[in-house]
Design a protein around this ligand. Structure first.
Ligand code: ZN
Length: 228
């Protein structure tokens, strides 16, 4: 009769600390779960689902995803004129000779540019602030691309070879921060003799521009009104 021998000890896979991953998840998977958790709109369950999807993914596909993520950081920069995301020094909208150079639409995020472009109702230029003034979150005017906008308007008025900007449309979101930003811009820009307008009130308050439907956005743009 064979002597009783206990099972050999099972190899213990290292587990990453401080994660929402279930206990016993291998460290590399836990690391991916943790990374997905930091993305906006991804809860612990979705993070786990995505991580295990990645585990089952063919290696070539995973490599392509990884390359796309690294590439977006390496190849993307902000347009020197409007601060929108671009691959070139100046974006395709700023360099387009067919755009109306008398109007600049000021938005919070690059996705808002996409929202306006989708409506096909706007042919002017843009300026992306990369956020809004928010006293509650400690975001000041100096944290945004506001001084770049004011400098741009100043340079524009000095350059007589080109069409001058006569109107700035403030298309920040219709929440408290968006309104605070609109008031700030109105006070900073109006003294230069440039008209500052705001999207029409038809846009429900609290609206994120990026989620507004095309027709509402086009309408609120068309019936914009001067601030102040
Ligand atoms: Zn640009």
């Amino acid at each position: 009769m064979a002597a009783f021998r206990p099972d050999p000890p099972r190899p213990v896979s290292p587990v990453a600390p401080r994660t929402d991953a279930p206990r016993g998840v291998a460290a590399p998977v836990a690391r991916v779960i943790e990374a997905f958790r930091r993305l906006p709109g991804i809860g612990p369950k979705s993070a786990q689902r995505l991580a295990y999807h990645l585990v089952r993914m063919p290696e070539a596909e995973a490599a392509e995803l990884s390359e796309a993520i690294t590439g977006v950081k390496q190849r993307i920069k902000l347009c020197e004129t409007c601060a929108d995301i671009t691959e070139a020094i100046t974006c395709h909208i700023c360099t387009d000779p067919n755009r109306d150079r008398s109007t600049i639409c000021v938005v919070e995020e690059p996705l808002d540019v996409t929202a306006f472009e989708r409506t096909r109702a706007y042919t002017g230029l843009y300026h992306v602030l990369h956020g809004a003034i928010s006293p509650t979150s400690g975001i000041a005017a100096s944290d945004l691309k506001i001084k770049e906008l004011l400098q741009r308007l100043q340079d524009d008025s000095a350059d007589t070879s080109d069409q001058t900007v006569t109107e700035v449309i403030v298309a920040t979101n219709t929440n408290l921060d968006g309104e605070a930003t609109a008031m700030y811009l109105q006070r900073a820009i109006t003294p230069a003799g440039i008209k500052v307008t705001r999207l029409a009130r038809g846009l429900p308050s609290g609206t994120d521009i990026e989620y507004a439907d095309d027709a509402t956005l086009a309408h609120s743009l068309e019936s914009r009104a001067e601030i102040g």
